[in-house]
Ligand binder design. Structure first.
Ligand code: NAD
Length: 253
């Protein structure tokens, strides 16, 4: 069992049914957190089973982050189950099939913005309301390297992740004095179901992907979890409004 850094802390993770969200929920569980796993997919139950089998504590709440009533109910259920909300990882997101900007369609634009931007906003809105009642908390949003630099053939996704970065900085400035720290994590390419789907669509890209990371490989979901736990921990008590690239050096060149 890892060091119990999050003993008795109540932690909410969205997009917790797989990939980065699942790995982070497991890491919080191992570190003693009481984890509220949420996802639009019922496979979030499997994440809860993995946490409890490892001796941790967790519940699953099915929720679509793009629907305000569902997000409000999610935070209420977390508080009803565990009494408070100390940390939140707003990680649910969807990707974009590779297409130049002029070829993308309006429905796709609306869907990506609805989940990636509106979803992060709704989650922060209801988490912050709860954290204000308690006198503090820590929030991490999943942005991306596509929130820091341009992402050719992913124009809408890049717009959505730049928006997450903008909201993170703004919310950090608004709620710093209230004891709520708000940061983003900006992953490079990480081996998750999202990445597997992208490679199924374009298998020829696989060789080039490792090469664009100076570290020479793609990342693992657990490597994002490590950064998220640190940002949520007291070790990061003076860190807010930061966009932490966890990208094998992708954005340093
Ligand atoms: P994933 O597809 O494996 O997991 C995303 C999860 O979000 C899924 O379980 C999905 O069901 C859930 N989800 C989708 N829409 C939802 C909604 N409306 N409400 C609630 N849950 C919803 O992807 P991942 O790679 O683990 O991505 C997690 C986050 O990391 C995303 O925000 C993604 O944009 C970001 N990201 C991923 C990479 C990468 O290379 N994998 C890189 C940078 C950023």
């Amino acid at each position: 069992m890892a060091e119990q850094l999050f003993a008795n802390k109540v932690v909410l993770v969205t997009g917790g049914a797989g990939g980065i969200g699942r790995a982070t929920a497991l890491a919080f569980g191992e570190a003693g957190g009481r984890v509220v796993v949420s996802d639009v997919s019922p496979a979030g139950e499997e994440t809860v089973a993995m946490i409890t089998q490892a001796g941790g504590e967790a519940i699953f709440v099915q929720s679509d982050v793009s629907k305000e009533a569902q997000v409000e109910a999610l935070v209420a259920k977390a508080v009803a189950a565990y009494g408070r909300l100390d940390c939140a990882f707003n990680n649910a997101g969807i990707e974009e099939e590779s297409k130049p900007l002029a070829d993308a369609d309006e429905a796709l634009f609306d869907r990506i913005i609805s989940v990636n931007v509106k979803g992060a906003w709704l989650c922060m809105k209801h988490e912050i309301r709860q954290m204000l009642k308690q006198g503090g908390g820590a929030i991490v949003n999943t942005a991306s390297v596509a929130g820091l630099v341009g992402a050719p053939l992913q124009p809408i996704y890049a717009a959505s992740k730049h928006a997450v970065v903008g909201m993170t900085k703004t919310a950090a400035a608004e709620y710093g004095k209230a004891g709520i720290r708000i940061n983003s994590v900006c992953p490079g390419v990480i081996r998750t179901p999202m990445m597997e789907r992208a490679l199924e669509r374009e298998p020829r890209r696989e060789k080039g992907i490792a090469k664009i990371h100076p570290i020479g490989r793609i990342g693992e979901a657990g490597e994002i979890a490590g950064a998220v736990l640190w940002l949520c921990s007291d070790a990061a008590s003076f860190v807010t409004g930061h966009q932490m690239a966890v990208d094998g050096g992708l954005t340093c060149v």
